[in-house]
Design a protein around this ligand. Structure first.
Ligand code: NDP
Ligand code: MG
Ligand code: MG
Length: 341
C-alpha cells in the first residue's frame, strides 16, 4: 500500500524560510510560483532573455530575473522548463551558479532518471510532481483545494530532503488532496508509460481508428465525432468517480454487454504485448534517447508527427462542431485551436 501524506504531515515553515527560484513559467511553472507565493514563500522566477513568459509573471507581481541571477539568489531551485531543454539549462546556467547546499526540485524525473542531469553530491534532489496540468494546479489552489502530488527524494545531502519536499508539496496545495511517496524511477517510468500507452497515445489512436472505421463505412463525420470522441469525456468522468464498475453501472445494459464482448476483440492480447514492448523501451532508455536525439536535431520527427496529427479529418470535423456547442468552453490555457505550433 502506498504511503500517503497530508497537510498535517508537513511543516510549511521549512520552505517558507528559503529563497526559491522557479525556472520556467509555463504550465507547471506559473502554478508552482503563484501557489508558493500565496503560501508565503519568497519566490523569484528565472527566465531566458526575451522570454514570452516574462510579461505574464510580471503581471502577477512576481520578480523576474535571468536564470543565472535567480539561481544565484536561491536556496531552492525548481526546474520547470520543458524536459528537453533542462539538461542544457542545467549545464550552462544553473550548475555553475548553484549555491553550496542548494536544493533542486523537479516536476518530473525524466532528466535525472535517464542521466541527462547529474547534480553534485552536496545538493538535495527532490521531486514534487502534481498529477494534473498546471492550470488545474493553480485553479484548485485558489479554490482552497489541491491536485494530488507524488513526492520523491533522489539525493538527500542535507538529511532533511524529505521534509523539504513535503513542505514544498504543502505550499503548492498538493497535500490538501494527498501526497504519495514514490521514487524518480517509478514516477518517470510510470508517467511515460501511462501517457504513451493509455492516456495520450492509446486514447488518441483508439479515437482516430473509431472515427476512421465509421466514416469509411459511410457514416457522417459529425455523428461519428459524437460517438467516438465527444462522449468519451462522459465515460472517463464516470471512471474517475467510481472506477470502471461505475461506468458499467451507469450505461445501458446494451452498452455494458457490448463492452464485455467487444472490448477484448478490439483491444486484444496483442495490445498488451505491444504495451510491454513500449514499457521496455521506456525502461531501457530507448524512448528517451529517440526523443532527445530528435530534439537535438531540431525536432524534425516531432514536427512532422505533430503536423500529421493536426491534419487528421477528425480535427476539422471537431472544430466545426465545437463552434455550435455553447456548453463546451475551452479551458484556460494558451492553446490556440487549429494551430499546430
Ligand atoms: P512548459 O512547456 O509549459 O514550460 C514552458 C516554460 O519554460 C516557459 O516559461 C518557457 O519560457 C520556459 N522555457 C523554455 N525554454 C527555456 C529555456 N531554454 N530557458 C529558460 N526557460 C525556458 O513546461 P511544463 O510546465 O509542461 O513542464 C515543466 C515540467 O513539469 C516538466 O518537467 C514536465 O514533465 C513537468 N510536468 C508537467 C505537467 C503539465 O501539466 N504540463 C504535469 C506534471 C509535470 P519562454 O516564454 O521563454 O518560452
Ligand atoms: Mg508526463
Ligand atoms: Mg451511444
Amino acid at each position: 500500500m502506498a504511503e500517503l501524506f497530508y497537510d498535517d504531515d508537513a511543516d510549511l515553515s521549512i520552505i517558507a524560510s528559503k529563497k526559491v527560484a522557479v525556472i520556467g513559467y509555463g504550465s507547471q511553472g506559473h502554478a508552482h510560483a503563484l501557489n508558493l507565493r500565496d503560501s508565503g514563500v519568497d519566490v523569484r522566477v528565472g527566465l531566458r532573455e526575451g522570454s514570452a513568459s516574462r510579461a505574464k509573471a510580471e503581471n502577477e507581481g512576481l520578480r523576474v530575473l535571468s536564470v543565472v541571477d535567480a539561481v544565484k539568489e536561491a536556496d531552492v531551485v525548481v526546474i520547470l522548463a520543458p524536459d528537453q531543454v533542462q539538461r542544457h539549462l542545467y549545464r550552462d546556467e544553473i550548475a555553475p551558479h548553484l549555491n553550496e547546499g542548494a536544493a533542486l526540485v523537479f516536476g518530473h524525473g525524466f532528466n535525472i532518471r535517464f542521466g541527462y542531469i547529474t547534480p553534485e553530491a552536496d545538493h538535495d534532489v527532490v521531486m514534487v510532481a502534481p498529477k494534473g496540468p498546471g492550470h488545474l494546479v493553480r485553479r484548485e489552489y485558489v479554490d482552497g483545494r489541491g491536485v494530488p502530488v507524488i513526492v520523491a527524494v533522489e539525493q538527500d545531502a542535507s538529511g532533511q530532503a524529505w521534509e523539504l519536499a513535503l513542505s514544498y508539496a504543502k505550499a503548492i496545495g498538493g497535500l490538501r488532496a494527498a501526497g504519495i511517496k514514490t521514487t524518480f524511477t517509478e514516477e518517470t517510468e510510470t508517467d511515460l508509460f501511462g501517457e504513451q500507452a493509455v492516456l495520450c497515445g492509446g486514447a488518441s489512436q483508439l479515437v482516430q481508428y473509431g472515427f476512421e472505421t465509421l466514416t469509411e463505412a459511410g457514416y457522417q463525420p459529425e455523428v461519428a465525432y459524437f460517438e467516438v470522441l465527444h462522449e468519451l469525456k462522459l465515460i472517463v468522468d464516470l471512471m474517475v468517480e467510481g472506477g470502471i464498475a461505475k461506468q458499467r453501472w451507469s450505461v445501458s445494459d446494451t452498452a455494458e454487454y457490448g463492452d464485455y464482448v467487444s472490448g477484448p476483440r478490439v483491444i486484444d492480447p496483442s495490445v498488451k504485448e505491444n504495451m510491454k514492448a513500449v514499457l521496455a523501451d521506456i525502461q531501457n532508455g530507448a524512448f528517451a534517447k529517440r526523443f532527445i536525439d530528435d530534439q537535438d536535431a531540431g525536432a524534425p520527427e516531432f514536427t512532422e508527427l505533430r503536423a500529421k496529427g493536426e491534419a487528421h479529418p477528425i480535427e476539422a470535423t471537431g472544430r466545426d462542431l465545437r463552434k455550435m456547442f455553447a456548453w463546451v468552453k475551452p479551458s484556460e490555457s494558451d492553446y490556440v485551436e487549429g494551430s499546430a505550433a
